[in-house]
Design a protein around this ligand. Structure first.
Ligand code: GLY
Length: 349
């Protein structure tokens, strides 16, 4: 199913059109406790939403689980949803991933529309049809590819975000720069993330979305080049899962930033990525994201987590690496010894 991405200057008008194109009997809006307060009031008086039923779930990744999913299915059922109903996901990546999966599985699939409200969801999670939940301590372990009919982006929602949320989404933008284009990368590491200019950021969001849109159109189900979007995530997801297991959850984008730092080192060692560009990016990440504390006693657990990465083939841990900015190498096998060296590099730098 095709996904239409609208960079909206008129959310009310664009949402009205999208809803009317998704023929439906009942309309539902999924929010979490944060977006129910900060984002829903900005749109709840739109005429096109006057009959919508609101479903609210707990905020943050700790709720991206089977229990929350079942409460959404239940709310849809209790609200009289049929196969011809439509769900609008209003929120960050947790809401668009879980809501997308709930909609994709309820009565074998109902239409859904994503309105991303975090930077991370705008540039990454809401686009390209990855839906799902965490399971058994593993990130996004259960899910399917299914596109929302529309993604409607309005950067006014950036005003609702706190600093860590901006930084979290920015890490995915940094990844898009690294996998695509030297000029975009240079602009990204030059940006003042301590005092972000939201107007400039909105323009950079549009460029970042084009990188993702281009890749997911070419390879919607990650057989090939979509693996580039996973740069930084093999180690990043392991950091995120470990932090969750240790009851110190970190935002996804922070884990990605730490993962990018490690994987850039691997690129330099294994794929001759230019050292100066690696150093510049590493400095930017260290300045803006601080560091994750772990010791060599955590290496085994981290490597075990990496063995669950969805890019793997039996027995080996596969990475996406870069020979240079925009010069992508997929399906690169990295040994456990090399991963340990990378984790040493992270801790020593
Ligand atoms: N977030 C990576 C992807 O959508 O493929």
């Amino acid at each position: 199913m095709e996904q239409r991405i609208i960079l909206s200057q008129n959310l009310n008008g664009d949402l009205t059109t999208a809803i009317s194109e998704c023929e439906h009997d009942r309309l539902f809006v999924l929010t979490d406790t944060t977006t129910a307060q900060s984002c829903w009031p900005r749109i709840s008086n739109y005429r096109c939403l006057k009959d919508a039923r609101l479903i609210t779930i707990g905020a943050t990744d700790t709720h991206k689980n089977l229990k929350t999913l079942s409460t959404v299915w239940k709310s849809l059922e209790e609200g009289g949803a049929t196969r011809h109903s439509c769900l609008i996901n209003l929120g960050g990546g947790m809401v668009t991933d879980l809501g997308g999966f709930a909609a994709s599985t309820f009565k074998r699939g109902i239409d859904f529309i994503n309105i991303p409200t975090t930077l991370l969801a705008m540039v990454d999670a809401s686009i390209g049809g990855k839906t799902g939940i965490n399971f058994n301590g593993l990130k996004n372990e259960i899910g399917i590819f299914r596109n929302s009919r529309f993604v409607i982006l309005d950067t006014m929602f950036l005003q609702t975000l706190d600093e860590p949320d901006i930084r979290s989404g920015y890490a995915e933008m940094l990844k898009h720069g690294l996998i695509s284009d030297k000029q975009m990368w240079a602009e990204l590491i030059d940006f003042d993330l301590q005092q972000p200019d939201l107007l400039q950021l909105s323009q950079m969001v549009a460029d970042s979305i084009r990188v993702k849109e281009h890749i997911v159109t070419e390879d919607p189900t990650e057989q090939d080049i979509r693996k580039a979007l996973n740069f930084g995530h093999t180690i990043g997801h392991a950091f995120e899962a470990l932090a969750l297991q240790q009851n110190h959850p970190i935002l996804h984008g922070y884990a990605v930033a730490y993962g990018l730092l490690c994987e850039l080192y691997l690129c330099a060692v294994k794929a001759k990525f230019p050292i100066d560009r690696m150093r510049q990016t590493v400095s930017f990440i260290k300045e803006n994201y601080g560091r994750l504390d772990f010791t060599c006693n955590d290496y085994e657990a981290l490597i075990n987590l990496m063995h669950h990465d969805k890019k793997n083939t039996a027995g080996s841990i596969n990475f996406t690496l870069l020979h240079d900015i925009g010069d992508i190498l997929i399906n690169q096998t990295v040994s456990e010894k090399e991963i340990c060296e990378t984790l040493d590099f992270y801790r020593e730098n």
